[in-house]
Design a protein. Structure first.
Lengths: 36, 489
């Protein structure tokens, strides 16, 4: 794999999966909304 | 049960059920057979930049808009638009009928997947998957003008698919919640298995290179940005009444904004992952056959029913198993999207004419099944191509545009923003109004104009004009007219 492909892999993973984990974390942390 | 605009109002059992159902609706066959190819065609890894910008500036804001409308008005799409303005009910009908048309051919592709899942047992496509698919399985005619006969294996698969949709939907959202608890995680796990298998094959890294090596010069091409906005728009189940319907089943104190972020990123994450499953195995096929990757079918039915089976046949061991895994994953991805396309119409019939949920679902499924029959004929693949092209590029984009204009300019958008903020963990500011009023409609209008110009200059795929009128223009015009008739009854 080329270096640039690896860079884009890391970039895509960080934004998409990092973002997803962050918002799931916020949902789990939310006290008001867990039951709805 | 609470009685309101929907005869028997039900609620999601949990936030998890709603999020899973909406992810299931958004994630479908397109994530596997469209995104990786679009990404590769439009600059590889560099495409992620316009794609993510489109996701955050149009996809997520529109999702928040539809969730807010459904949750605020708490009813079927026509009812929600009616509540916003008495003159808007037809937009809700238009949004409910468009996915119904999509479901009529989407279920046929699922029927193909169902047949191929069985064919995987003995790798029935043999050494020439292209011949098997077009001549043996579909018995395809030379063009859409030559209708041909109904293909029994496809018809049997279609009966199974429509029956499954009916069984899942007729009891309402409580059953949907139970189904998606399986059908959303399962294909994701299967996709991970396929990705790992693909990446461990020789030649896989060359495939991934094709997928991800960025060509930043493409970022200066207008078409690449257009493709990014189109990909986001078509992938998130926007403008189909689905998100409005699903949000209407949320309880009063349910989050909107954070859910929209989770669902959109889960959809993007599945697409991104699918690229590895596709390009890993395509790289292997390219190495084994000595054919350049660019010369292999990398998208749509060709990828799914020709390229992928060919690659599966060449696997050193467990070929049948990976074939089954692939088609089961597609079926599981597809079924959530398929029933979500029927739910808006079933809910709208239920709401407007006070039929029971079972009866309105039966009506929608029976009409859907009958509409699917043309795609089961030997010319079905051509009609499917025509209807898909026109409904997606014109009807859905037009509905998205109508939503932005009706709710952004002819309704107090602030009301929906305040409603979303009242119940959500993450609050949205005036920037959201700006995105709904200017960025989203501008991107959709550009998509619409580009499609019109493209289709006027060159007839789509060189099909005869009458076929384009019958298969492309007529369904769109019919649902447009029916929307007005239903709204005025």
């Amino acid at each position: 794999m080329s270096v640039l492909a690896v860079v884009m892999l890391i970039f895509g993973s960080l934004v998409i999966y990092g973002g997803l984990i962050y918002f799931i974390y916020r949902a789990l942390k939310s006290t008001v909304l867990n039951n709805s | 049960m609470e009685v309101d605009c929907i005869a028997e109002r039900q609620f999601w059992r949990s936030r998890y059920a709603f999020v899973m159902a909406t992810i299931g609706s958004a994630v479908g066959l397109g994530n596997v057979w469209r995104f990786p190819f679009v990404c590769y065609k439009n600059g590889g890894g560099a495409f992620l930049i316009p794609y993510l910008i489109a996701l955050f500036t149009t996809g997520i804001p529109l999702m928040i808009l539809e969730f807010s409308l459904g949750h605020w008005a708490r009813g079927s799409p026509p009812y929600c638009f009616l509540k916003a303005n008495k003159k808007f009910e037809w937009i809700g009908w238009f949004a409910s009928l468009a996915p119904f048309v999509i479901a009529s051919y989407y279920t046929v592709v699922m029927a193909w997947c169902f047949a191929y899942m069985i064919y995987s047992i003995d790798l029935r496509w043999g050494s020439d998957a292209n011949f098997f698919f077009l001549k043996h399985f579909l018995n395809a005619t030379k063009g859409p003008a030559e209708i041909g006969s109904i293909q029994i294996p496809v018809l049997l698969g279609l009966v199974v698919v429509w029956f499954s949709i009916f069984v899942i939907l007729y009891k309402g959202v409580s059953r949907i919640g139970k189904v998606v608890a399986v059908t959303v995680p399962l294909p994701t796990i299967l996709l991970i298995i396929l990705t790992i298998r693909g990446l461990t094959l020789p030649g896989a890294m060359e495939g991934i290179d094709y997928y991800l090596t960025p060509d930043f010069s493409k970022l200066f091409h207008f078409k690449v940005w257009l493709s990014a906005y189109a990909q986001v728009f078509f992938s998130l189940s926007l403008a189909q009444g689905i998100l409005i319907t699903y949000a209407s089943f949320l309880r009063k104190e349910s989050d909107i904004t954070n859910n929209a972020f989770i669902i959109s990123l889960a959809d993007a994450g599945t697409s991104f992952l699918a690229g590895f499953a596709v390009f890993g195995i395509v790289g292997y096929l390219s190495l084994m056959k000595g054919i350049g990757i660019e010369n292999l079918g990398l998208a749509g039915p060709h990828l799914t029913f020709v390229t992928y089976p060919t690659a599966i046949s060449l696997l050193p061991f467990g070929a049948w198993l990976f074939g089954m895994i692939f088609y089961i994953a597609l079926l599981a991805f597809g079924i959530d999207s398929a029933f979500s396309m029927i739910e808006p119409l079933a809910t709208s019939i239920n709401s407007k004419w006070k039929f029971s949920k079972g009866k309105s679902t039966a009506i929608a499924c029976a009409l859907g099944f009958l509409s699917s029959l043309i795609f089961v004929t030997s010319s079905g693949i051509y009609w499917l191509d025509i209807v898909d092209h026109f409904v997606a590029n014109f009807c859905l984009v037009l509905i998205g545009l109508l939503e932005c204009i009706s709710l952004g300019y002819l309704f107090d958008l602030k009301k929906l923003r305040e409603h979303a903020n009242k119940v959500s963990d993450i609050t949205i500011g005036r920037w959201w109004d700006f995105l709904i009023k200017f960025v989203a409609p501008l991107s959709l209008l550009t998509l619409l104009v580009a499609s019109v110009v493209e289709n006027i200059s060159v007839p789509y795929n060189n099909y005869p004009t009458w076929c384009l009128l019958v298969g492309g223009v007529m369904p769109g015009a019919m649902i447009f007219i029916i929307s007005f008739i239903f709204a005025n009854r």
